[in-house]
Design a protein around this ligand. Structure first.
Ligand SMILES: Nc1ncnc2c1ncn2[C@@H]1O[C@H](COP(=O)(O)OP(=O)(O)OP(=O)(O)O)[C@@H](O)[C@H]1O
Length: 636
């Protein structure tokens, strides 16, 4: 006997997503079938795996398949599988809640997007899975029983505000999703989905490679003109990665990508490789065209599935690719592993490690090729995934040079486009021996930071590194093409060396003139700075703060603190511009009257301004403001 059906409300965000589906903003409606067949195929993979792992599980794995049933009279279409099924709790959790991480952002971005194609791309990247059924149906029923359980669960919804769930006694193992179809409407791209030819075409197009049979009753007319109906398998079931590259159409690769990634957009790049010899494997990898919303959240999964001799073994196989390539999706099929290989064994297996090395090299070299052959596509790649790839500069020292080779950075050379290091080096001045960079939280902040002034005046290009990860790798990157990386906000910078006339004598004189006021300032500001000295990197600003060559920068210091590490406060150095009237004025005032309360306040203000100019934070903002306010009041 069934229990009473309970009614539940969709969460607000889920409801909004459903509205999008019901009002069909996605034009390619046929994709609903790909989603349902894909889910069914995953469920068959899972039941095989579970029965293999748990011999006591009461489960039927005699004929795993997907069956599509059309009922013209009642205008329904059912996609049925005899896979793992779902428990009542799972239905509640997996089907009842579609608002996954990123939903809020997606909805916001959709609201801001006026352009229809861009909106489609956004939705496509998000993937709406099971819920895409509501593009073609005005009511969806799901009946499921989890393998090994006695009772089943029925879920029912019109996709409006609510859904019902009820426990049922009788249900076959697996899941059946029944769509109550909307009326056919060619103009709205709604086909007649009860027509077996239509369905067969859609399955062939999107799901041909599914490794389980997808069956359907089709009509056949024999040579005598007699029509019979029979159930046939409508997909070829050929594993795409096992077929020679030349035989696979790009379209097929793309559909396969959509099946494994749950992305609705085409991939940016397809990588098909095979290794023969002692350890044989085939790999079919994809680089998506857009980064997922959760690329930088902790629970982001890696996208490579492991198969052994065509049998699905596991999703999210972290042994196959390092974390910084977590956005790469695909399949690796190894011939010589045991079917019950575990994650732990994989981590230690030497063959797997060698395979991983080759996969990494292949992905990196593919990006390098893209860079030379199709710079626009490469640019798109780097915008989406560069930040993740740069983590490899910290974590994968073996491939650091290759990663530097494929990296691009913002630079003072061009406000619009990024530069590769190779291009930077080609533009370097003859007597320039370092790659100059500055780190910070945004382009506008670092670009307007005083540190950059003299470099700009002298036409020296500076890389503007504004991703948090840049702080981490650049500290330890030894060099690129024999050129050291040098922070323009650290250490001594002697740009006068590069002046043809060399202004050494003028500087020596300034050193002398300013020495007293500088050492007085150093004592007065000793709580905040290590030293006060003359600068050769400033042309218009009065002052800037810089770090010692080997000291940690302020952003990195802050990042470590945020991660809960104890880090000592690093004092920096205040550099002042001897050619600025404020600084020369301080020198004169000190020479005339010696130290005074006003001059001490001026020194504090100069230090505070230097911090603000680089976008930094003041230790005591209120004290700074009150000093400044008093000073301004005196001018009125
Ligand atoms: N036929 C099925 N058999 C068993 N479980 C299923 C089935 N269909 C869906 N599920 C479960 O419901 C979950 C949600 O499915 P849904 O299609 O909404 O999203 P998804 O496939 O996980 O990802 P995406 O939304 O990116 O396509 C699945 O991950 C799976 O656990």
């Amino acid at each position: 006997m069934s229990t009473q059906a309970e009614t539940f409300e969709f969460q607000a965000e889920s409801r909004k997503l459903l509205q999008l589906m019901v009002h069909a903003i996605y034009s390619n409606k046929d994709t609903f079938l790909r989603e349902l067949v894909s889910n069914a195929s995953d469920a068959l993979d899972k039941v095989r795996l579970e029965s293999f792992r748990d011999k006591d599980l009461e489960v039927d794995t005699s004929d795993p398949h997907v069956l599509i049933e059309a009922d013209r009279e009642h205008r329904t279409l059912t996609v049925r599988d005899n896979g793992i099924g779902m428990s009542r709790d799972e239905v509640q959790e997996l089907i009842g809640t579609i608002a996954k991480s990123g939903t809020a952002e997606l909805l916001q971005q959709l609201k801001d997007t006026k352009d229809g194609a861009a909106a489609q791309e956004l939705i496509g990247q998000f993937g709406l899975g099971f819920y895409s059924s509501f593009m073609v149906a005005d009511r969806v029923t799901l009946l499921t029983r989890r393998a090994g359980e006695d009772t089943g669960t029925r879920w029912d919804s019109t996709g409006e505000g609510t859904y019902t769930i009820e426990t049922v006694d009788e249900a076959p193992q697996g899941t059946a999703v029944t769509l109550h179809l909307k009326a056919e409407d060619q103009e709205d791209s709604l086909l007649d989905y009860t027509d077996s030819t239509t369905i067969t075409n859609i399955v062939k197009r999107y799901s041909d490679f599914i490794s389980w049979p997808v069956r359907m009753e089709v009509e056949r007319t024999d040579s005598e003109g007699e029509t019979t109906r029979q159930i046939e398998t409508i997909n070829s079931m050929k594993a795409l990665w096992a077929r020679p590259k030349e035989e696979v159409a790009e379209e097929e690769y793309h559909e396969f990508y959509k099946h494994i990634s749950h992305d609705w957009n085409d991939p940016l790049e397809t990588i098909h490789m095979r290794a023969e010899g002692t350890f044989e494997y085939q790999a079919l990898l994809f680089i998506p065209s857009m980064a997922p919303f959760d690329l930088f959240t902790r629970d982001h999964k890696r996208g490579v599935q492991l198969y052994v001799k065509r049998v699905f073994i596991m999703d999210d196989c972290e042994a196959l690719l390092p974390e910084y390539l977590r956005f790469v999706k695909g399949v690796v099929d190894a011939q010589d592993l045991s079917l019950n290989v575990s994650r732990e064994i994989l981590q230690q297996d030497r063959q797997i490690q060698m395979m991983r090395k080759r996969l990494v090299k292949k992905v990196l070299s593919t990006v390098k090729d893209m860079m030379t052959e199709d710079p626009d596509r490469y640019g798109k790649f780097w915008d989406q995934f560069g930040q993740a790839v740069k983590e490899g500069l910290v974590n994968d020292l073996d491939n650091r040079d290759q990663i530097l080779e494929i990296a691009s950075f913002e630079s003072t050379h061009d406000p619009e486009s990024k530069t590769t290091l190779r291009q930077y080096v080609e533009r370097m001045k003859d007597d320039q021996d370092s790659i100059y960079y500055i780190t910070g939280s945004s382009r506008s902040k670092v670009e307007n930071s005083p540190h950059i002034e003299a470099f700009r005046d002298k036409g020296l290009e500076v890389l503007l590194l504004t991703d948090p990860v840049d702080e981490m790798w650049v500290e330890s990157a030894p060099e690129f093409d024999g050129k050291q990386f040098q922070s323009i906000a650290k250490g001594q910078v002697d740009l006068n060396d590069q002046d043809e006339d060399g202004s050494g004598t003028e500087r020596a004189q300034q050193e002398q003139e300013f020495s007293e006021v500088l050492s007085w300032m150093s004592t007065k500001l000793a709580d905040d700075v290590k030293e006060v000295r003359l600068s050769s990197r400033l042309s218009t600003s009065p002052a800037c703060v810089v770090g010692d060559t080997n000291d940690m920068g302020p952003t990195l210091e802050k990042m470590y603190r945020a991660m809960g590490h104890e880090v000592p406060r690093v004092k920096r150095i205040l550099e002042v511009n001897p050619n600025h009237p404020l600084v020369s004025g301080m020198r004169d005032a000190y020479g005339k009257n010696g130290e005074s309360q006003e001059l001490e306040e001026t020194a504090e203000l100069v230090h505070g301004m230097a911090l603000l100019a680089e976008g930094g934070e003041l230790r005591e903002p209120s004290q700074f403001t009150s000093l400044l306010a008093n000073r301004l009041a005196q001018t009125l």
